[in-house]
Write a protein that binds this ligand. Structure first.
Ligand code: SAH
Length: 216
């Protein structure tokens, strides 16, 4: 694979980031990270020419790399701080994980599709990104590695997964698209005590579904 990040790629990326700023992403740390991560290296070769369009694209196994604007929204809502310990459900291409790493977080990412898990685990370190990769069911989370400061779910869930809420620190935030398969509402869930939380909604999005169990 060719891991070049040419001036042309960098120029297209700058335009993409300015477009996302206009659409409402105002957190400079998020925009800076999106300006650094070479999205074209996270996509199948047949789609790399579209890497700097603000669109989702297929990444194999019936899954997609999220639209950059959506990545911007989720990352901004997560309020990432340096050294945050973050759990991501749905590794996919690894693009979202790279953005979080670029912001100084330590990232634990779970994928249920074996093919994607293996592919991304081998490619991401070659681009310079080192999250901790796990093959498993994101509904279960990573009880032995928690609790986490933040949790980000990158697939559409039917409801707040209780096991994940239990792995969130008090004061921590979970960003999760929830709703029926056709469309979901973006929620921030803030855990206020061991037994309580509140949630805020932030617009409508379309994600691939968060599925139970693993896929061999
Ligand atoms: N964050 C990814 C987005 C990938 S799409 C990126 O930046 O490219 C969502 C991913 O969630 C898919 O790869 C899908 O296989 C995965 N997924 C769905 N349900 C899951 C679950 N229960 N546990 C772990 N991963 C899951």
């Amino acid at each position: 694979m060719d891991f070049q990040d040419t001036l042309r790629h960098q120029g297209l990326r700058k335009i993409l980031v300015e477009g996302i700023r206009i659409k409402g992403i105002r957190d400079e740390k998020v925009l800076a990270a999106m300006g650094k991560v070479p999205r074209h290296l996270f996509m199948d070769s047949s789609f790399t020419q579209f890497a700097y369009k603000d669109q989702a694209f297929p990444i194999g196994a019936g899954q997609t790399i999220s639209q950059p604007y959506t990545v911007g929204v989720q990352t901004q809502l997560l309020q990432v701080e340096r050294f945050d310990k973050i759990l991501e459900v749905g590794t996919g291409s690894g693009y979202q994980a790279a953005i979080l790493l670029e912001m100084g977080a330590s990232v634990y990412t779970i994928e249920r599709q074996r093919e994607l898990y293996l592919k991304t685990q081998s490619i991401l370190p070659q681009i310079g990104y080192h999250p901790k990769f796990f093959y498993g069911d994101g509904y279960k989370g990573l009880p032995t590695y928690g609790p986490f400061d933040k949790i980000i779910i990158t697939a559409g869930a039917p409801a707040v997964p209780e096991e994940l809420l239990a792995q969130l620190k008090v004061g921590g935030r979970m960003v999760i698209p929830m709703g029926p398969r056709e469309k979901q509402t973006m929620y921030v869930v803030v855990k206020t005590s061991e037994t309580e939380y509140y949630k805020e909604s932030h617009g409508t999005f379309i994600f691939v579904p968060m599925l139970k169990g693993i896929d061999k």
